[in-house]
Design a protein around this ligand. Structure first.
Ligand SMILES: [Zn+2]
Length: 257
């Protein structure tokens, strides 16, 4: 079995004293690779180090998450990481218009700056979006044909999804879809075109039906796959195959070790 966790934060400090066991557990059930995106300035170097420590399993992405954008964000530093040979994608980047986040006026230029790098370097993007799907669409539409990527841990609902898959974007599901009462996510998983489906955990942030948020690891990508298989009335093996083939297609530099 070959599975890829396309978005998890093994670079989160909470993993540091148990990282070897966490990766061992994932490998033991067939999770072959994990994409690990940086999110703030401090996490850039931690991400690079982690990728060096676990070659062939940890595939790093570099970028600045909308929660951590400040007016004085230094994109030359971020660019120096994105230029590394091991950069599999630019992320985690995006827009989050939740009230506690930096203003839209600060977020949008930072997002666009990182999208421009992605278009120039032909790297895929890992996109975080909350409560900003209209603005996200308005921006991404202008890059049509020049950028590919994924809307990670997608929360925008079924109707908005079609607009993004029409632009060629992939839709990744995390632990939210495993929850019994998460009807909105179930409806999205039911409708997503199979050739656009990706799996992830966003570990350690998002709880699954079986596991509390702080305890989530890449191994829980199995639970996400199982739930989607049940929703789609397909075998789990079919979901493994489809999602892994999609990840290999989107992320040119990833491989199964
Ligand atoms: Zn994330």
């Amino acid at each position: 079995m070959n599975l890829i966790d396309t978005h998890c934060h093994l670079n989160d400090p909470s993993f540091s004293d148990r990282i070897t066991e966490v990766i061992g557990r994932a490998k033991a059930v067939g999770v072959k690779s994990a994409i690990v995106p940086a999110y703030d300035m401090e996490s850039l170097e931690r991400t690079a180090k982690l990728a060096e420590s676990f070659p062939g399993f940890v595939f790093p992405a570099y970028g600045l998450h909308p929660w951590f954008i400040a007016e004085d964000a230094d994109f030359t530093v971020i660019r120096s990481y994105i230029n590394r040979k091991d950069a599999i994608a630019i992320g985690e980047i995006g827009l989050d218009f939740s009230p506690e986040c930096p203003s839209a006026g600060i977020q949008a230029p930072a997002f666009i700056c990182q999208l421009d790098m992605a278009a120039e370097l032909r790297l895929p993007v890992l996109i975080h979006c909350r409560k900003a799907y209209d603005k996200l669409y308005e921006i991404l539409r202008q890059y049509q044909g020049r950028i590919k990527g994924v809307l990670h841990s997608y929360s925008g609902g079924r109707d908005a999804m079609a607009k993004f898959t029409d632009l060629g974007f992939y839709i990744a599901f995390s632990g939210s879809v495993t929850r019994e009462n998460a009807r909105k996510y179930h409806r999205t998983a039911e409708a997503v075109p199979l050739e656009r489906l990706l799996l992830e955990t966003d570990a350690p942030s998002i709880a699954t039906e079986s596991t509390a948020a702080s305890a989530v690891e890449p191994i829980q990508v199995l639970e996400v796959a199982q739930r989607i298989a049940a929703i789609r009335k397909l075998s789990v093996a079919d979901i493994y195959n489809v999602s892994t083939q999609n990840a290999l297609k989107l992320f040119d530099k990833i491989f199964l070790s």
